[in-house]
Write a protein that binds this ligand. Structure first.
Ligand code: NAP
Ligand code: ZN
Length: 348
């Protein structure tokens, strides 16, 4: 076993602290990754604060991981020592059910094994995430990261990138489609950049106009404040597709009214409180209310390759491990521009 430095939550309401964790010995299909950078996703915060239900502490979170392969198991064929690789939200799945066979491991009928907080089929321990120096992952859940993507910035693609790419792709964002992105944080700003690269006309729906210049810089054609009730009157019936990335409860009916007939609103935000969907906002106009969770492994590779081809990267603020707790407060205050990335050297 390998002992590595990490940052862990020890309870729902205390700051994360420095600790050490054990990484399992490499099985034949495992890859050891020296982590270079790890992104901070709002899901990390929901998780450690117990907002999605009780968890076992101590827990190391982080599911936006990039680094280099330093060792491979005897049967590994997909990766070599020295390769630049990424790991996202999943580290395993059953591999046999209809969803896994279809390449949708995120919807594995037995439940995918999450990068943190899951039960590792290799040894029965609770999986520990990316706020650490190294990780051991089955080679099938390790992604290739192109050399032309700035390694300091690439980690957020592994969750924020795929979580927005997948529904944009599934609901055919492209030339001529009118797409709205609700909430411009980590996921939201990736949704804007990716939808623009797909050729869609993109509008940002943010709480205020404070991020307007950034929206336009990322390629959106418009930005509206949702605090202004007039926005909902002006934009009624405007969009083919709305991607909701908000981490808190929103008034879904107001947004459904912004869809054209037969338009779709896809929810990726994961607040702990239920979202209320008014029946008449759906049936009038034949609208679709849908959900989406990350993406499959093949689709994640497709997204990474798409981002490499189009030069798409997140806007990041690089921090040290000691700044994680402060970064959490800033994420909660919607004061993130637009993803915090931890320099893994600082876990030492
Ligand atoms: P984030 O960086 O905090 O962004 C969320 C954005 O939502 C904020 O920047 C803010 O945008 C807006 N917002 C926050 N509170 C709001 C409120 N009370 N009312 C209206 N808007 C509000 O979070 P993230 O990392 O992008 O994650 C977003 C959500 O997606 C989280 O719930 C996360 O757990 C979930 N998630 C889901 C998946 C999936 O597979 N479905 C994957 C990853 C994350 P403005 O300042 O522009 O208003
Ligand atoms: Zn995430």
């Amino acid at each position: 076993m390998l002992t590595v430095n990490a940052f862990a939550a020890t309870s729902a309401d205390e700051p994360l602290v420095k600790t050490t964790i054990e990484r399992r010995d490499l099985g034949p299909n495992d890859v050891l990754i020296d982590i270079a950078y790890a992104g901070i996703c709002h899901s990390d915060i929901h998780t450690v604060r117990g907002e999605w239900g009780p968890i076992a502490y101590p827990q190391v979170v982080g599911h936006e991981i990039v680094g280099h392969v330093t060792e491979v198991g005897s049967a590994v064929t997909k990766h070599r020592v020295g390769d630049r690789v990424g790991v996202g939200c999943m580290v395993n799945s059953c591999g046999e059910c209809v969803q896994c066979v279809a390449g949708k491991e995120q919807y594995c009928l037995k439940g995918n094994i999450q990068t943190y907080g899951g039960v590792d089929p290799a040894d029965g321990t609770i999986t520990q995430g990316g706020y650490s120096e190294a990780v051991v992952v089955n080679e099938d859940f390790v992604l290739r990261v192109a050399e032309n993507l700035d390694i300091e910035k690439v980690a957020p693609l592994l969750c924020a990138g795929i979580t927005t790419y997948s529904p944009l792709h599934r609901f055919h964002a492209g030339p001529g489609t009118q797409v709205a992105v609700v909430g411009m944080g980590g996921l939201g700003h990736m949704a804007v950049k990716i939808a623009v690269a797909m050729g869609a006309d993109v509008t940002v729906l943010s709480q205020t106009t404070s991020k307007q210049d950034d929206s336009l810089r990322f390629g959106a054609k418009a930005h509206y404040a949702t605090k202004d009730a007039d926005t909902f009157r002006k934009l009624a019936g405007s969009f083919d597709l709305i991607i909701n990335t908000v981490s808190a409860k929103i008034n879904v009916g107001d947004y459904l009214g912004l869809l054209q007939a037969e338009g779709a609103m896809v929810n990726v935000g994961a607040p702990s409180e239920p979202l209320e969907v008014p029946a008449f906002a759906l049936i009038a106009g034949g609208r679709t209310w849908a959900g989406s969770m990350i993406g499959g492994i093949a689709e994640t590779q497709e997204m990474l390759d798409f981002c490499a081809e189009h030069g798409i990267l997140p806007e990041i603020e690089l921090i040290s491990a000691e700044q994680i707790n402060e970064a959490y407060e800033r994420v909660l205050a919607s004061d993130v521009r637009y993803r915090f990335v931890i320099d893994a050297k600082t876990f030492a």
